[in-house]
Design a protein around this ligand. Structure first.
Ligand code: FES
Length: 353
């Protein structure tokens, strides 16, 4: 980050602000206002001007305080790259969490931590079996989710029944194996470390010659996965591109870590964002998001801290984070950690406060 950008920094994280529909606001760009993130006239005598905007709805938003955003007045995650170092937990934060209680897994493999957040190791014995498909909800309404639901699907050789989350967006992620996903009659070849988007009103099935593990997110939350032998839905060909594979070459760099958005607006999903990210051995600063989030640990291990409690996380675990729940993921694996996340409403994992 250039010194030019650093000279306007008020804080290296955004300010949570409640906007009122129809109200006009002036976002400070000069950094001198005492009414951050808004202008108090302190720019007078300089050539700086506030950015004036009108809120189109009542909404809680994150307004940029580092003044480096390219999407002013809103935070776009640029604060993560200000010092070329991702915000790690401070010594004070680490000390304050020293008394956190370690939460062990219950019989279902679940460790419930603060605010309804949890870490779950899915147990195969909890699966429902239908032909060559076995599946279980790992994030559902009964777990406290309000925005998204999440199923783990295990598939053996053959063709699954048709599957559908009726009327909502569905995002799939392929953890292992390869095969074909048939979305309402249109086939896509799929490999591990890739995502695919199924539009509301479409059913899908999976065809494979080996074993596959797939995670399916439904947004808005719908725990009922409809399983049928017949497909009565049609592929929506006005949105033909659906498949996005992970490509480290084109991933976004966020200081010493990276992430790539897979399913998002570019394949027509305006509601949900799916990403894959790499975390080095480190402990992130405690932070929050405005969205509800599901994470699968693809490789590596560490600890999830949520304020007064913490749980061990291992490869294959599922993490659920309610919106605004403070959390800090510590990667204790010297090889780093790779994770896949899905959140709703859509956004960027870099946007946090
Ligand atoms: S606070 Fe400036 S981009 Fe996030």
């Amino acid at each position: 980050m250039s010194d030019e950008k650093l000279k306007y920094v008020v804080d290296n994280k955004p300010i949570l602000t409640s906007l009122v529909a129809g109200k006009k606001y002036a976002w400070c760009t000069c950094k001198h206002s005492k009414e951050q993130p808004f202008c108090d006239g302190s720019h007078k005598g300089t050539d700086m001007r506030p950015m004036v905007f009108t809120a189109d709805k009542n909404e809680d938003v994150l307004l940029c305080a580092c003044k480096a955003t390219a999407s002013g007045p809103y935070c776009d995650g640029a604060h993560n790259n200000l010092e070329d170092v991702y915000a790690e937990a401070t010594e004070k934060e680490v000390q304050s969490m020293k008394g956190s209680v370690f939460i062990e897994r219950d019989d279902r493999g679940k460790a419930l931590i603060d605010g309804g957040a949890y870490v779950l190791t899915p147990q195969n014995s909890d699966d429902t079996v239908s032909g060559n498909l076995s599946y279980q909800p790992v994030i559902a309404e009964e777990d406290g989710a309000t925005k998204l639901s999440f199923h783990r699907l295990n598939v053996t050789a053959g063709t699954t029944p048709w599957l559908q989350y009726k009327g909502v967006d569905t995002v799939l992620y392929f953890v292992s194996g390869s095969g074909t996903v048939d979305i309402a009659g249109k086939e896509f070849q799929v490999n591990k470390d890739a995502g695919i988007y199924v539009r509301p009103g479409e059913a899908f099935r999976i065809i494979t010659e080996g074993d596959m593990t797939v995670y399916a997110t439904a947004c808005p939350m719908l725990t009922d996965l409809t399983v049928t032998e017949q497909n009565d839905t049609s592929f929506q060909s006005d949105h033909a591109e659906r498949y996005v594979a992970f490509n480290q070459e084109t991933a976004n760099v966020m200081a010493n870590r990276f992430y790539q958005e897979l399913v998002d607006k570019k394949v027509g999903s305006n509601e949900v964002t799916q990403f894959i990210g790499q975390v080095p051995q480190s402990r992130a600063a405690m932070h929050r998001h405005l969205y509800e989030e599901a994470i699968v640990i693809l490789t590596g291990y560490g600890k999830m801290w949520t304020g007064t409690k913490w749980a061990q996380v291992n490869t294959g675990d599922v993490l659920f984070l309610p919106h605004r729940q403070g959390h800090s993921l510590e990667c204790t694996d010297e090889g780093g950690m790779i994770l896949m996340g899905v959140f709703y409403p859509s956004g960027s994992p870099a946007i946090n406060y």
